[in-house]
Design a protein around this ligand. Sequence first.
Ligand code: ACO
Length: 377
Amino acid sequence: MAEADESILNKGLEGIVVATSEICKIDGANGKLYYRGYSIGDLANGSYEETSYLLIYGRLPNRKELSEFSATLVRERELPKHIVDILMALPNDTNSMEALRTCVSALGHGARDPREVSLEEQTRMGIALVAKFPTIVAYNYRLRNGQQIVAPNPRLGHAANFLYMLFGKEPDQLDARAMDMDFILHAEHSFNASTFATRVTVSTLSDIYSAFTTGIGTLKGPLHGGAALEVSLMLEKIGSPDKVDGYVREVLSGHGRVMGYGHRVYKTYDPRARVLNNMALEISQKRGDMRYYEIAQKLEGIMAGEKNLYPNVDFYSGIVYHHLGMPADINTPIFAIARASGWVAHCVEQYKNNRLIRPLDQYIGPLDLKYTKIDDR
Ligand code: ACO
């Protein structure tokens, strides 16, 4: 191996290609996104189950395969008793990302050495986690709000069942479709921070539960999945379209960040935001409440003009969540629920063609300092 050149610094790994992958292509310059070669705009019309199958197995399922895969997800939704006990024992101020991180870690207690587990079995374990994420989030939400948990409904698909377990009633068709579409659009995004974190974990030949736990912890931050929560809070704070101008100028003059804007890879409109913009419009019209959508439109115009920055996926999803009646602290867990199938695909790809991920740093501290005994310091 050639000697590494430590003088070349790429802070935040920006612009560094670390692996080949067959899962996802982001065309940041042209605002395009493909899962396994299929455009996100086309996949958004299907179901999360179909997209998950595609991501995990690398091809679109036929009807029988989709129905078997969906049945597996339904079968795996239930939580073992010890996980429900853990959820009940968590302090009331535990938010759903924290609960998810704890429960996924606990599900992995006693996990077998990945070197003794076939890729098929790794995939099955990953799919079981995809199935359990919504149950953990919904149970945690209801418990910490003093409500009875609502068991999964086997007649409902992944997205509709999540809304059912969260709110205790079956969603109508538009709400279920909005949730499904949002899951599809958040399911995968190449080497984003949380997915990369799962791959780093797997690259040490650690288990998939540990990888998912790492992923959840990484997704939680406000510069990644946490932005969805910040967008909802921001829309609430702005309150009406006439307040947008003042709000943006105040944030920008303080060198702050307008949440839901900008992206490390997209330098134009995030294609997921485009699809969600249409859904946000449809659901706002159906509810007869255009306030947040109008705020969003105004914000978009100002950000494009002032900063040449465009909405990312979290921006319009904030409006969709508002109309779904989603509590703001569930926004980031929704992202985790959706991204779980992307994580399965990446963990398996990393196991398949592994190389320990171990970058270098550029050391800027002193060298050859004189060591003195503790009593002489
Ligand atoms: N609001 C205001 N200014 C911004 C924003 C924003 N949302 N995003 C970037 N900028 C500005 C920066 O201030 C900087 O300006 P400067 O050069 O004058 O200092 C310039 O754009 C470049 O910003 P960087 O931070 O270098 O860009 P980076 O690629 O690291 O940022 C990031 C990407 C972190 C997503 C950033 O755009 C941001 O903080 N956005 C808000 C948080 C957010 O929405 N995160 C969700 C990301 S999508 C996702 O995880 C699904």
